[in-house]
Design a protein around this ligand. Sequence first.
Ligand code: XMP
Length: 317
Amino acid sequence: DWTSEQFIDSTVAELKEQIGNDKVVLGLSGGVDSSVAAMLIHQAIGKNLYCIFVDNGLLRKDEFETVLDSYKHMGLNVKGVDAKEKFYSALAGLTDPEQKRKAIGRVFIEVFDDEAHQIEDVKWLAQGTIYPDVIESVSVKGPSATIKSHHNVGGLPDFMKLKIVEPLKALFKDEVRLVGKALQIDDIIIGRHPFPGPGLAIRILGDITPEKVHVLQQVDHIFISNLKKSGLYDEVWQAGAILTPVQSVGVMGDERTYENVVALRAVTSVDGMTADWSRLPYEFLADVSNEIINKVKGVNRVVYDISSKPPATIEWE
Ligand code: XMP
């Protein structure tokens, strides 16, 4: 029945018809959905699609540069916007997870809106909304639904009077991946684990500082690159590290240390609604733990989260 080639052909034809010679703006996140939406629309209207990729300072190590490069290789008309300082100053002193999410959502909209206004006569806003987002945003849900309503579905500030185009609205995640493959999008984008919109801000418990982000980026990078090296990355649905505000005593050489505890989280799941902790091999965990403690200044203890969802959630905030 459904094939990605047919879907691409008919969708590109519809998009051409619908959009004509209008200009379209789209926010790329580095994730699968926005990337596939962008490539589809790009096939239909080429350079009339204006993509914006915002560096919120809460992405993984080197992610902004790497992903921006692959977007350019894919031929997209994309503008990278460094807004790190705006996000950090909006987050300064905030410790409540929901307040952090709200601040990030607000700044994102401000930055995106500024950029969109610079595109003369833009008529459409494209979004990578997929079918489960549509369902989630109408059901009563917790914090993730709140931000999703900002980022993914609807959520337009009133002063941006753009028409909305959502070419993936009827697709499930696995179908989006198939379409992405057929469009020859880079594997590092297609096979990517889900990553929350507020990024590392909800994996740093308590207030956010650029220094803490730097520590967590190093920890996360060691964990994720070891998962990739060991061939475990694709067996895990989502993985990441959490920087806790807990300090514990350790010993390094003949010095006593008093530094932070980080937690590693890796889960198996189908859709993120329920999840189980991944049974990663002990030897793997041992290697990752040693590497983190030896290389990352400010961290002297690593723990592994063995909670399933429910009753825990995937993220700690
Ligand atoms: P939880 O922690 O609720 O996470 O079990 C389920 C999935 O949703 C992601 N998540 C978010 N995604 N904005 C997002 O875009 C958010 O505020 C947010 N909170 C959680 C989480 O990473 C997991 O994939």
